[in-house]
Design a protein around this ligand. Structure first.
Ligand SMILES: Nc1nc(=O)c2c([nH]1)NC[C@@H]1CN(c3ccc(C(=O)N[C@@H](CCC(=O)O)C(=O)O)cc3)C=[N+]21
Length: 289
């Protein structure tokens, strides 16, 4: 048996097309502003990818590429100006930040209505309360992908491996909202394999290459691999990306997302969908004030 592949591109294209249609209905194109500090190659490449896709779907996009040495006060000052600017609908500060800047201070400073990452504590609280709010991009993109491929969520036993604030925890909240029976496993879980083998829907966001091996997976399960691990090329060869799920899991799983080309494209598409949502909410608020 070999698992049904779940490529991100077709699902991302569908979400991008919906987003383009929503953007075209607004009086102005939704405007996303991204801020990054320093020149970490992965951050440079992710922000460039998001900027390019934003333009493709008819959004406006502005990138502030600031020096690594930018102080926290300067960054907070920029955020305050973006918060106050009605021509800015969405704000994303690329993570990770340099050690001299508090992630927490930055995430608290972003206007929750412009928080297209869904990382502000107000949006985190609304998510866990089951109320509408801007939702974190990777988790929301994963739910879109599952729906796109007609995979059931309600009533399923879902096991999320990983408890990060950007993926594991919000993913568990979204699955719960969709009536899955949710378990969160993590580095301290005893007999991880026994827990993951219970899953109809196994979602792995740990950041350890090939952590999940075939004997840890229930035959026929749907497996979502959120890992993006850079593996150095052998003998100085080219580095490549690999997931948290061992490739042999394809022999056991019913369906499996590839890495790259699985969850990554969904994250970007959902970011742009969130920017459209933020712009829609702000447009209706401006009308009523
Ligand atoms: N404020 C903030 N928001 C984020 O959403 C955020 C962030 N900071 N910091 C870093 C992580 C990571 N992230 C990815 C987005 C797309 C791909 C993606 O498109 N990946 C491609 C491959 C990309 C490659 O070749 O490196 C794929 O999986 O097919 C990956 C990772 C967003 N993040």
């Amino acid at each position: 048996m070999t698992a049904r592949p779940l490529p991100g591109a077709p699902a991302a294209e569908a979400l991008l097309a919906e987003t383009a249609a929503r953007a075209a209905r607004l009086p102005n194109p939704p405007h996303l502003v991204m801020v990054r500090l320093g020149e970490d190659p992965a951050s440079v490449s992710y922000v460039r990818g998001k900027d390019r896709k934003a333009r493709e779907v008819g959004l406006s996009s502005t990138v502030h590429a600031l020096p690594e040495t930018t102080s926290q006060a300067e960054l907070l000052d920029l955020i305050a100006r973006l918060n106050a600017d009605d021509a800015v609908n969405g704000i994303l500060v690329q993570l990770p930040l340099p050690a001299h800047v508090s992630e927490q201070a930055v995430l608290h400073a972003i206007d929750p209505r412009k928080d297209v990452d869904g990382f502000h504590p107000l949006n985190v609280g609304e998510l866990w309360a089951g109320r509408p709010a801007l939702r974190p991009c990777t988790p929301a993109g994963i739910l879109y992908l599952l729906d796109h491929y007609g995979l059931a969520i309600a009533g399923q036993r879902a096991v999320v491996v990983g408890r990060s604030h950007i993926v594991g925890r919000p993913l568990a909240a979204l699955l719960l909202e969709r009536d899955a029976t949710v378990t969160i496993a993590h580095s301290r879980t005893r007999d991880l394999g026994a827990v993951t083998r219970e899953a109809d829907l196994l979602l792995v966001a740990v950041g350890r290459a090939h952590l999940i091996t075939p004997e840890m997976v229930k035959p026929g399960a749907t497996v979502i691999d959120v890992g993006i691990n850079r593996v150095p090329g052998e003998g100085g060869g080219k580095a490549h990306l690999t997931g948290d799920v061992h490739p042999d899991v394809a022999e056991v799983a019913g369906a499996l997302t590839p890495v790259p080309g699985g969850v990554g494209p969904m994250t970007i598409a959902q970011l742009l969908a969130n920017t459209a949502s933020a712009a829609e909410m702000q447009a209706s608020r401006l009308l009523s004030r």
